[in-house]
Design a protein around this ligand. Structure first.
Ligand code: ASP
Length: 327
């Protein structure tokens, strides 16, 4: 008996062509046109196609991510479906993938896939990426691994992967941990297991969460703006091990006094933040002020996590615990 996969099409370069007037890529392909490029797909699997949207991924909002979560959850609860594949633009793919990974509670494979070259370019990679995603979703070895990102024949965990290059086909990397596995000769081969995952139980997302990148001499005005504008959480991409310029301190204090959780991660590509330095603006100073340490997440993922945690609770201690507990 053939297995059935659900395929949710959301858009991105995988569904784009060059517009002859604009000389630039825009959404153009529908699900049938994309699937038509994989020659034996319907021999391999039955498909349930969901034309969710045809959006470039910079147009994907937190609300749309939550709609996608609800749809994916509903499909994962359908007994006839073995796994779910989601096509997505690569620019914000890691954020959608991480959001789904934090929320979904299913052993079924959930795979996110995109393309770096549009259909008008030589070497369109949409069909090979989608074929690899299908092989991954059909493998029983892909169960219980959380949400997976399959691109360029590599399988990466949503919680670990990031887009590392603006044009390379090999852009999705887990710089800290390496890939979970590869797709070779239509078979998925896992090199390592997924560590325990963190889950957040909520169907709400707090959208007013800001991300601030620390740079030398950055002051506190930006904090006053966010506090006055009703922001409910702030993520700082700090310097190095988790330090900020002293000029940012008064803004951070104001936010914490206003009960706004301030989460610190690093603008470095890899490594955890820690309270190593005791000078003004150093990690120890920030910790003593009540800043929450966000481990080795990049800023954009820490923001997604804080948005979901604030959807679940206003309890600062709970938010701290869920950021600072290493799993
Ligand atoms: N800008 C495109 C998008 O994210 C890039 C891509 O899909 O590769 O929609």
């Amino acid at each position: 008996m053939k297995h059935k996969l659900a395929m949710i099409f959301t858009g991105g370069t995988i569904a784009m062509k060059i517009d002859p007037d604009l000389h630039a890529a825009i959404p153009a392909l529908n699900a049938d046109e994309i699937l038509g490029m994989i020659k034996n797909v319907r021999d391999l699997t039955d498909l349930e196609i969901i034309n969710f949207s045809n959006l470039p991924s910079p147009h994907i909002t937190p609300d749309i991510m939550m709609e996608l979560y609800k749809k994916t959850k509903e499909l994962s609860e359908n007994e006839s479906i073995t796994g779910i594949i989601i096509t997505h633009g690569t620019d914000t793919l890691e954020e959608t993938a991480y959001l789904l990974d934090l929320l979904l509670d299913t052993p079924k494979p959930v795979i996110i896939v995109g393309a770096m070259r549009n259909f008008s370019e030589l070497g369109y990679d949409g069909s090979s990426n989608l074929a690899a995603a299908i092989c991954t979703a059909l493998s029983p070895k892909s169960r219980d691994k959380g949400v997976l990102v399959v691109m360029n024949n590599e399988v990466n965990a949503a919680s670990q992967v990031t887009k590392t290059n603006t044009l390379s086909l090999d852009t999705f990397k887990s710089p800290e941990f390496g890939p979970l596995g590869i797709v070779d000769n239509d078979e998925v081969i896992y090199y390592r297991n997924m560590p325990d995952r963190q889950r957040i139980q909520t169907d709400k997302i707090e959208k007013k969460v800001a991300l601030i990148k620390a740079v030398p001499g950055l002051g506190s005005d930006i904090f006053s703006f966010y506090i006055q504008s009703g922001y409910k959480g702030i993520v700082i991409e700090g310097l190095g091990r988790g330090n900020v310029p002293p000029q940012m301190i008064s803004g951070i204090k104001q936010a914490i006094i206003a009960s706004i959780p301030v989460v610190l991660v690093s603008r470095c590509n890899t490594g955890r933040v820690l309270y190593t330095y005791g000078y003004e603006g150093g990690g120890k100073h920030l910790r003593d002020m009540g800043v929450i340490f966000g481990g080795n997440l990049p800023g954009q993922k820490a923001r997604i996590k804080l948005m979901l945690l604030l959807g679940m609770t206003n309890d600062m201690d709970k938010i701290r615990e869920l950021f600072e507990t290493t799993i």
